[in-house]
Design a protein around this ligand. Structure first.
Ligand SMILES: Nc1ncnc2c1ncn2[C@@H]1O[C@H](COP(=O)(O)OP(=O)(O)OP(=O)(O)O)[C@@H](O)[C@H]1O
Ligand SMILES: [Mg+2]
Length: 387
């Protein structure tokens, strides 16, 4: 082999090597002459833009890859000393226009190439797809926001519990002294009405304090076998005797041989009562509330359903009713903690409250619960269903 031939073969090999180097880069590499005609368009550039090298090289002008005016701006920056030195462009975030016409965010680092006399002959850019990174950043941001809001809720709960606890004692004082004064007043004293009002309002404060404390309670409930029918009946016993329930028909369709549920009886009673009170409020004191229990053998689930003939819940509120402090009731009437407390309790039981509603027709709340694994179905006649 002559020297001449050896040199030629070495040049060819070196060229081949550089071509491979460029084409195997994950990042897009694009080079264009000073007129904007593309002469290098690697695999990475094809993946990023959706154009093939064949379509681009010597055919499509480099400015077509950018939104209007951007290519010119890049050249200006390349020639200025301010963006990494004359002939250089430090990594910058830009958009390119893909073959489909989408704008794709990418990072560009670019340089001008000079000939031996210092004349500009070409520009070359390295294009990094920013979509995966931006998507990850968005996800991180979302997770962060969720964390912040659940932390907020937790510390709000602690704050509320602290305040509620402190208010409880003076409130007790107000109630006791007002009651004592009321006892001392003669039956025809016209201050009696005012005092009764004080007692009534202080009683309401106590109720609010109680629900705040319940809402904030974060301790794990003790799980035991619970007779669901009995728990429902006990909860109703409290409510049925109140004046507000006198014109409400309550139908109990309780499955007599329901297995025990795995749960905490006093917490579950509270859930049933909250839902029952809501139903009565939605029916404005008259209507029908149907409470049904059943056992779904296929799913091995106890199912408890509360169906009312109340005003219903508009679709846009369905996702909000379980939020703490969400209420549609008048100021002073509802705190908006009933359902969020109930939701938290049922979540603590490893389940979820479901709701279906039709405005003007009524609402059904469904609570699925797991049976207590070790126990058999309750013998007929033993449970609250007999009541
Ligand atoms: N059975 C129902 N029918 C129609 N709307 C309901 C029903 N149950 C709940 N809601 C709606 O959900 C909202 C939130 O209920 P939630 O029990 O959490 O708070 P509240 O009843 O307003 O106040 P609180 O229970 O703290 O006294 C209610 O204000 C009401 O708009
Ligand atoms: Mg309520």
């Amino acid at each position: 082999m002559t020297d001449q031939k050896r040199i030629e073969s070495e040049v060819r090999e070196a060229n081949e090597f550089f071509r491979n180097l460029i084409s195997s880069s994950v990042d897009g590499i694009i080079a264009a002459d000073m007129k904007g005609n593309i002469f290098i368009f690697n695999n990475g550039a094809e993946n990023l833009t959706g154009y093939t090298a064949e379509e681009m090289i010597d055919r499509i002008h480099i400015t077509k890859l950018y939104p209007e005016g951007v290519a010119k701006e890049i050249m200006k920056k390349l020639r200025s000393p301010e963006h990494g030195g004359v002939g250089k462009l430090n990594p910058s975030q830009l958009n390119l226009v893909s073959k489909k016409g989408e704008e794709i965010p990418f990072q560009l680092s670019a340089a001008l190439i000079y000939d031996s006399e210092g004349k500009e002959t070409a520009s070359v850019g390295i294009f990094t797809d920013l979509r995966p990174r931006l998507a990850m950043e968005r996800k991180l941001e979302q997770t962060h926001m969720q964390l912040v809001s659940s932390e907020k809720l937790a510390s709000l709960g602690k704050l509320a519990a602290g305040i509620a606890h402190e208010i409880n004692n003076p409130l007790g004082g107000i109630l006791i002294y007002a009651s004592l004064m009321l006892e001392d007043l003669p039956p025809d004293d016209d201050k009696r009405q005012d005092l009764a009002r004080i007692i009534q309002e202080a009683g309401r404060c106590k109720e609010i304090v109680k629900s705040l404390l319940e809402f904030a309670r974060q301790s794990e409930p003790r799980m035991e076998p619970v007779d669901i029918n009995l728990t429902i009946t006990e909860g109703l016993f409290f409510l049925e005797n109140q004046a507000f329930f006198h014109n409400i028909r309550i139908i109990k369709n309780l499955e007599p041989s329901l297995p025990f549920a795995r749960g905490n009886a006093s917490q579950l009673k509270q859930v049933f009562m909250n839902i029952t009170v809501n139903a009565a409020e939605a029916m404005h004191g008259s209507g029908t509330l149907t409470i049904a229990t059943s056992f779904n053998r296929g799913r091995r689930q106890i199912v408890i359903e509360f169906t009312d003939t109340g005003e219903g819940i508009p679709e846009e509120n369905l996702t909000r009713i379980f939020d703490p402090f969400f209420t549609t009731k008048a100021i002073g009437k509802g705190t908006g903690l009933g359902l969020s407390t109930a939701y938290g309790i049922i979540e603590g039981h490893g389940s979820k409250i479901e709701v279906k509603s039709k405005v003007g027709v009524g609402t059904t709340f469904t609570i699925p619960l797991a049976p207590y694994p070790e126990t058999q179905p309750i013998a007929e006649g033993h449970s609250g269903a007999a009541a």
